[in-house]
Design a protein around this ligand. Structure first.
Ligand code: SF4
Ligand code: SF4
Length: 317
C-alpha cells in the first residue's frame, strides 16, 4: 500500500482489503511497477523539509497567490488554482490544520490514449503521477523557502484531501458525466495533486464554462463505458455540485473492478468530446487518429458512418 501524507493518519480507504475482495490487483507490469517504486522511493522521502526561519512578506494575499501559481506553472503544471479547504474536502478520519489547497493539474498525452485500455495508456497515467509529483514537491520546497509550512498531497497515494472538489472550487472546470473534471483548456485528460498550507492566499472561484449543459445532451462516455457505470440521468438525491446542478453519480462498484483489472480503463476520457476539442492543439504536427481504438467486445456502432466516429450534438461552445 502507498504511503499517507501524515504517518499517524489512518488510511482513507482500505485499498488492500478492497483489492482482495475483487480477486486481487491484476495489473502487474514491469514498467508500471518501476514507476510506482520510483514514486515511493524517490519522491515520498522528499515530502518533508525545513521551513525557512525568514518569512517572505507579500503586499497582499493576491500577490502571494500569483507568486505561488506562477511558480507552479514554471515547474510544469498545466494549471494551478487555490481553494479554501472545507471539512467536506477532507477524507473521513483525517485531520488537517491547513487552510488552503494549491491545486495543480498536468495534462496526459492524447497520443498514449489512442488505444484504451492499454499498457501505454496506463503507463501514461503513472508517468504523469511521477511528473506531477515533482511539481507538488518542488512547489512545497518553494513555499518552505518563503518561510511558510505546507504539506504535499501527492497525486498518487493516500492523500488527506479530495483533489476533485478542491479543483472545482479552484476554477479547474466542471464535472463531466463521467465523473472527471473537464478543464476548458486541458479537456478531461489530466491528473491532479495539491499542496496545502495556511500561508495567506487569495482563492479562486468555480467556473461555469457551459460543460454541464453540454453533458446533458452528450452521452458518449455513457455509451462507451464497458462496465455500464456512467449514469443516464443526474441524481438529485446526491446533492448539488459547486454550480448548483444535481450530480451525475458514477457507479464505482461497477467502474473500479473493471478499472483495476484493465489497465486503469480510462475509456471515458479519450472518448469525451471535450478531448476532441483540445487534442489538436496538443499534438500540432503529430498525426493522431480521430478516434481511439477501444478494446471492448461489443463497442456501440458509430452513428456517423462517413467518419466512423460517434455523433455528438453540435452546441455552441
Ligand atoms: S474508467 Fe472505464 S469503467 Fe470506469 S467509468 Fe470510465 S469507462 Fe467506465
Ligand atoms: S463524453 Fe459527453 S457526456 Fe461524457 S463527460 Fe464528455 S461531454 Fe460529458
Amino acid at each position: 500500500m502507498l504511503m499517507r501524507s501524515s504517518e499517524s493518519s489512518p488510511p482513507a480507504f482500505q485499498w488492500d482489503d478492497w483489492y482482495a475482495s475483487i480477486g486481487g490487483r491484476n495489473i502487474n507490469d514491469a514498467d508500471m511497477n518501476q514507476l510506482l517504486k520510483d514514486i515511493k522511493r524517490k519522491q515520498y522521502p522528499r515530502f518533508r523539509g525545513e521551513v525557512s526561519a525568514q518569512q517572505q512578506p507579500f503586499a497582499s494575499p493576491a500577490e502571494a497567490a500569483k507568486a505561488i501559481k506562477d511558480k507552479a506553472l514554471a515547474l510544469g503544471a498545466g494549471d494551478a488554482g487555490i481553494a479554501e479547504i472545507e471539512p467536506s474536502d477532507i477524507y473521513k478520519g483525517r485531520e488537517i490544520h491547513d487552510r488552503y489547497a494549491i491545486v495543480v493539474g498536468q495534462r496526459m498525452h492524447w497520443k498514449a490514449f489512442q488505444q484504451v485500455p492499454s499498457h501505454e495508456s496506463a503507463l501514461e497515467c503513472l508517468r504523469v503521477y511521477w511528473s506531477l509529483g515533482e511539481v507538488v514537491i518542488g512547489l512545497a520546497e518553494y513555499i518552505r523557502s518563503l518561510g511558510y509550512a505546507c504539506t504535499v498531497e501527492h497525486p498518487l497515494g493516500d492523500s488527506d484531501v479530495l483533489h476533485i472538489p478542491l479543483a472545482l472550487k479552484a476554477g479547474f472546470g466542471e464535472l463531466g458525466r463521467h465523473g472527471s473534471i473537464i478543464h476548458p483548456k486541458m479537456g478531461p485528460l489530466f491528473r491532479l495533486g495539491s499542496v496545502i498550507t495556511s500561508m495567506p492566499l487569495q482563492t479562486d472561484s468555480p467556473i461555469d464554462a457551459g460543460i454541464a449543459k453540454f453533458c446533458d445532451h452528450c452521452k458518449a462516455c455513457r455509451k462507451y463505458c464497458p462496465a455500464d457505470a456512467i449514469p443516464d440521468e443526474r441524481s438529485p438525491e446526491a446533492g448539488k455540485d459547486h454550480l448548483g446542478h444535481d450530480r451525475y453519480v458514477v457507479d464505482t462498484g461497477r467502474c473500479f473492478p473493471y478499472f483495476s483489472k484493465h489497465y486503469y480503463c480510462s475509456i471515458c476520457l479519450p472518448v469525451c468530446v471535450y478531448q476532441h476539442k483540445e487534442w489538436a492543439r496538443d499534438f500540432e504536427g503529430f498525426t493522431t487518429k480521430l478516434w481511439p481504438d477501444i478494446d471492448m467486445q461489443e463497442p456501440p456502432e458509430p452513428k456517423d458512418t462517413d467518419t466512423g466516429t460517434h455523433w455528438y450534438p453540435r452546441l455552441k461552445r
